[in-house]
Ligand binder design. Structure first.
Ligand code: NA7
Length: 542
């Protein structure tokens, strides 16, 4: 029976990060009746939650922003090559204000269930606040990194000091002066925290399980002349980004590592190190596919760690071994390794000396207890699939996304899921999320969804659903590419290795952004023949 209290809409959108904001703007422009939800108190997604000291984007700011509005491109001015969280959040707020997007959102509103009503052919969306909405389409702009996870260490709730989670950071500043601070986790997040908190804290203890490779960010203030030039050339810069494997303005090379002499390789690596950012990855073409080439670069980076870190034992512990460089997300830092030269900063190797439990007073290692005033968790996310398996998203025949993805995240282009009519994802699993600029992917995905909706409107169609076969074909493409990639050779959130009991496998399209975008465009050009549609006239009366 129809729920008479439910508000009837064209589109429900979940999330106020890049994907959600882009979707709200686009679907409103199409004249659709929309309602958007966001669990956080305001817009920003990742940049709303991650207020930890030192939080910063690792792509150039001028690239990490929307391209759909030439006005906004001109009006917004980035101050740094790699913007920090406050500026990124200010940007997202600026966009929301400028386009008046906020009024379409209910903030502090977590969606608890989304259920496909097979008879009435609509999505019923329930919020934790007890409201019900009904919409023809449901857009999950829930992000690849939105479900932070606590470490599987017993006793976390026993800790009597201040427990801080990177991805749920308080809005008030935290004072570390004179405090004994612990950090668990040395991925991108932990590294940013360590270099920022280390100099400030009374004493800092870094609990490291797997060391990451980090390269110098060499961040800089952007000169007004340069910003003006960028603004003059935005269309060309966007076009270049769309043609690059990472969907961004990063150097790319067709030069294979062993195609140049050892001396030239060395010179190129030294030069890339000096330039900073991810220049090294773009200096050679085969670092993600040729293990020997990769190992040469890994060794170069280990040498650099040895040159920076004064204490030899600490340097050795910081040198990553046993997995290819770039197989985990490479980190960019400004003083991470240097921080270990401060006498009050200590690296604790949790492989050699495992964490046994969290106690009232701190962290108990096998060798003894480390007393702490504050403990910071930078222990990562249930990546790619976490958001859509954290609540009930139920499609045809009562099948939930959680059940469907138990053995792996099956989807089509990271956009559609077989068995889930009229449900779209932005930056979903099996797309290039994490490997390419998330803003470019979000825009690509929202445009694709909009085209599909227009197609349906034009042809009087009520539902769209990808076929099992087409989804299977896409997964074959994703698997085949993954097998050739070194990305499967490290235990990371890319492959689900960081979450106990999670299906293992690389749920990412590794063919590069342009190929991904081309697959999406081809699917649209072929009139979505990978999908089945139901006509409007069959629509049951509510
Ligand atoms: P990551 O990259 O998943 O890093 C999480 C870190 O936390 C990693 O070093 C983990 O070590 C560590 N961890 C997790 N659980 C434990 C336990 N129980 N004990 C010790 N150490 C633990 O997350 P980030 O937030 O840093 O970065 C996520 C993405 O954000 C990044 O890829 C960029 O795209 C931006 P492990 O590797 O499991 O040994």
């Amino acid at each position: 029976a129809a729920n008479t209290t439910a508000r009837r809409l064209d589109v429900v959108i979940v999330g106020a990060g890049f994907g959600g904001l882009c979707a709200v703007h686009k679907f409103r422009e199409m004249g659709l009746d929309i309602q958007a939800f966001e669990a956080g108190g305001d817009v920003g997604g990742v940049w709303y939650w991650n207020r930890y000291p030192g939080a910063r984007v690792d792509l150039p700011s001028i690239d990490y922003c929307f391209s759909f509005s030439p006005e906004i491109e001109q009006e917004w001015t980035w101050s740094e090559e790699f913007a920090a969280q406050p500026e990124l959040l200010a940007y997202m707020n600026f966009v929301a204000d400028r386009l008046d997007l906020r009024k379409h959102y209910k903030f502090n509103t977590r969606v608890s269930r989304a259920i496909w009503d097979e008879q009435r052919r609509l999505w019923q969306v329930f919020t934790e606040n007890g409201e019900v909405y009904e919409a023809t389409y449901c857009i999950m702009a829930t992000g690849p990194l939105s479900v932070p996870r606590d470490p599987d260490i017993p006793g976390l709730s026993h800790f009597k000091g201040t427990l801080l989670r990177a991805a749920r950071w308080p809005h008030e500043p935290v004072d570390f002066t004179g405090k004994r601070v612990g950090v668990i986790g040395t991925g991108s997040t932990g590294i940013q925290i360590v270099q920022e908190v280390g100099p400030e804290a009374g004493e800092l203890f870094v609990f490291q399980r797997t060391p990451s490779f980090s390269m110098p960010m060499r961040n800089q203030k952007l000169e007004p002349d340069y910003v003006a030039e960028v603004k003059r050339h935005y269309p060309g810069l966007r076009a270049a980004a769309l043609n690059s494997a990472v969907g961004g303005l990063r150097p790319q090379s067709t030069r294979a590592f062993f195609s140049v002499t050892p001396a030239q390789r060395r010179a190129l690596l030294e030069d890339a190190w000096k330039q900073g950012g991810l220049t090294i990855l773009g200096t050679f073409s085969d670092l993600l596919t040729n293990p020997e080439a990769n190992e040469h670069v890994a060794e170069f980076l280990r040498e650099k760690i040895g040159e920076i870190v004064e204490d030899k034992a600490t340097a050795e512990k910081l040198k990553p071994r046993g997995y290819p460089v770039f197989a985990r997300r490479p980190c960019l830092d400004s003083s991470y390794y240097e921080t270990y030269n401060l006498p009050h900063v200590h690296l604790l190797d949790c492989v050699e000396d495992p964490i046994e439990e969290i106690t009232e007073k701190g962290v108990r290692l096998r060798s003894g207890e480390v007393e702490l005033d504050m403990l910071i968790l930078a222990t990562g996310y249930d990546g790619l699939t976490g958001a859509l398996t954290a609540f009930d998203v139920v499609g045809r025949n009562g099948l939930s996304v959680r059940d469907k993805w138990r053995d792996g995240a099956h989807s089509y282009l990271g956009l559609l899921i077989a068995g889930f009519p009229n449900l779209f994802m932005t930056t979903g699993p099996n797309g290039p999320a994490a490997l390419a600029n998330i803003v470019r992917i979000s825009e690509n995905d929202v445009n694709w969804i909009a085209s599909a909706m227009n197609f349906m409107e034009k042809h009087g169609l009520a539902t769209i659903e990808v076929t099992q076969e087409a989804e299977g074909r896409w997964m074959d493409i994703v698997y085949d590419l993954a097998q050739r990639s070194l990305l499967t050779k490290a235990k990371t959130w890319y492959v689900g290795a960081n979450v106990a009991g999670k299906a293992q496998g690389l749920s990412l399209f590794t063919g590069g952004f342009p190929k991904y975008a081309e697959y999406c465009a081809a699917a649209a050009r072929a009139n979505y023949q990978d999908c089945t549609f139901e006509p409007l006239e069959k629509q049951a009366v509510a």
